[in-house]
Design a protein around this ligand. Sequence first.
Ligand code: ADP
Length: 302
Amino acid sequence: MTNEELTTDGRTESDESTYDSASDANADPDGEPLVEQSISVEGSDERSTPTNPETVIESRGLDVFYGETQALQDVSMEIPEKQVTAMIGPSGCGKSTFLRCINRMNDLIDIARVEGELLFEGKNVYDPDVDPVALRRRIGMVFQHPNPFPKSIYDNVAYGLRLRGHTEDLDQVVEDSLKKAALWDEVKDQLQKSALDLSGGQQQRLCIARAIAVDPAVLLMDEPASALDPIATSKIEDLIEELAEEYTVVIVTHNMQQAARISDKTAVFLTGGELVEFDDTESIFENPANQRVEDYITGKFG
Ligand code: ADP
């Protein structure tokens, strides 16, 4: 783990986290060199074949430890491009830990240690030449509790671009991002209003707009609707399905119905940080191969 790794302007990851560690995963995307050039970040237009999607994230024998405690055990999984992949399983089985490995948010936890490989577009994100801040621009994150900055709606969405020195076309990016996050119609006449005055559901869609504004390939979502009421939840679920037309979405949810409703693939983690089954969502819910998964799905435990 490289907690000391500097971003290109000399700040450490820890410095970023002092403002709002959660938000910085998607809202502090400066750090010019992406990862090294062997990571292809172009050409996604050529890879829009949903019938045979390419793998965009792959874990190989991933182990994660917090001090002496092992949170993930030998997790290997291929996450396809432009689909929704859900992580389900009982509390404490490592779902969030896995999500945080993908964009190296676990770097911010001192006692976390990662072994094995986590590939993004074929490149191990734990290689020493990978800039975690740049990585997080390509792999944005949305959290359980919406965490807009105490700034205007406009400034929240423009934040990441401004950090990188972009001053042109900000209006257009803000508008496009808010449209993609299904929030534009509700806020277009009040872009200077404080983001904190929005409802919880609107704040969460604003956080999604903020992540989208810096042009990610992947959106990680950790229980993004669990703090929201049913109507706001339904809007977020619809939005996630729309987002998957353009982005790879990986979502942790404790809500099995939600996983069944919105995901294409489902990964079932069980106690001990073991990935027990990973398959098409339909197969997982209708015909799981593993007895423990069936027991979990049918509510026999968990
Ligand atoms: P889930 O998302 O499935 O609820 P987590 O990934 O949050 O599971 O946690 C997996 C295991 O790792 C749990 O035993 C949890 O207590 C432990 N864990 C998670 N985060 C930390 C941390 N920051 N420090 C120490 N242990 C942690």
